[in-house]
Write a protein that binds this ligand. Structure first.
Ligand SMILES: NC(=O)c1ccc[n+]([C@@H]2O[C@H](COP(=O)([O-])OP(=O)(O)OC[C@H]3O[C@@H](n4cnc5c(N)ncnc54)[C@H](OP(=O)(O)O)[C@@H]3O)[C@@H](O)[C@H]2O)c1
Length: 283
């Protein structure tokens, strides 16, 4: 039995669906089972990662955990790992490609949390695998509000920012391999998509997926800040995101890797595939 956290989100949800399709026993730790839109065969358990006793209660029969950690603090992971350790042998952790394992301090608060969780997991005694995700293609769902209902323009502060964004199914597949096959303990996999694409190129591909032309328009930084604040992001996270995107727009920025293929034996999914899979979110 594999326990998945963050199971109503992009990557955890993909993992649950893929595990169910493989016929594996899956339990999803969710805060609101009544709202979870997951396959019927999922064992839904109410729980909260900030309440380790709820994790403990979800652990019976579990031998592997896919840990998605959405909390903005790392320290609460320690009692969660304590709850996991007597039961599970393996843990796969969804981390971020921005983590520099050699650095004392990380570049922004989010990678700081991931780095501290990574260290706690490495010290846990569990057989661990780190799945360090590059930029998620799913972040582009943030554009859906501008497109749904006939919009043709996506306003974004860095239309030239180029990333090899990754399909959530590739992150899920790498985590599942780590949890269901041998040879992945102690490994850190940085998982990106297969090709560097600017935001303008991705918006064009999204337009092709939904059958009408879309384009980007450069948004002022103040407007972008206001939008991120309205979405609930704290100011330091907003600034970190904007600074990162300025770097992604710099000439020579590259991040394309083919780790998913090395682990799963399958080529990484293209952005075109992601756009087709999510076209209805933009219609
Ligand atoms: N976006 C990127 O480009 C990127 C890149 C690398 C790594 N990451 C990392 O990926 C993770 C997010 O993954 P995602 O995009 O798949 O998630 P997501 O779609 O943002 O969903 C977050 C999930 O966490 C759950 N959750 C929130 N607070 C919780 C709590 N206290 N206890 C239990 N569950 C809780 C939510 O459940 P509810 O339904 O209850 O709200 C939801 O299932 C973060 O750690 C992020 O730093 C992101």
């Amino acid at each position: 039995m594999i326990l998945v956290t963050g199971a109503t989100g992009n990557v955890g949800g993909a993992a649950v669906r893929r595990l169910c399709a493989m016929g594996e026993d899956v339990r999803a730790l969710v805060r609101s089972p009544e709202r979870a839109d997951l396959p019927a065969e999922t064992d839904l358990v109410r729980g909260d990662l900030s309440d380790p006793s709820s994790v403990e209660a979800a652990m019976h029969g579990v031998d592997g955990v896919f840990l998605v950690w959405p909390l903005m603090e790392a320290e609460p992971v320690l009692p969660v790992l304590e709850a996991v350790r007597p039961h599970a042998e393996r843990i796969a952790y969804l981390s971020a490609s921005g983590v520099d394992p050699a650095a004392e301090e990380q570049g922004d608060p989010v990678t700081g949390v991931h780095a501290r969780v990574e260290r706690a997991i490495a010290a846990s005694g569990l057989h661990w695998t780190l799945v360090r995700g590059g930029g998620f293609a799913a972040n582009d769902l943030g554009w859906a509000g501008q497109v749904r209902g006939g919009g043709s323009v996506v306003r974004t502060p860095f239309p030239d920012a180029r990333r090899a964004v990754v399909h959530e199914d590739d992150l899920a597949d790498v985590a599942i391999r780590a949890l269901t096959s041998d040879g992945h303990a102690g490994k850190a996999y940085t998982v990106t998509g297969p090709e560097m694409l600017s935001e303008t190129e991705r918006v064009r591909i999204l337009g092709e997926a939904i059958g009408r032309p879309l384009k980007t328009e450069r948004q002022g930084l103040d407007e972008a800040r206001a939008g991120l604040a309205a979405a609930g992001l704290p100011p330091e996270a907003t600034e970190a995101i904007l600074a990162a995107h300025a770097d992604f727009a710099a000439p020579g920025h590259t991040e394309e890797l083919h780790t998913a293929e090395e682990v799963t034996g399958l080529p990484p999914r293209s952005y075109r595939q992601w756009a087709a899979d999510h076209a209805d979110d933009f219609r």
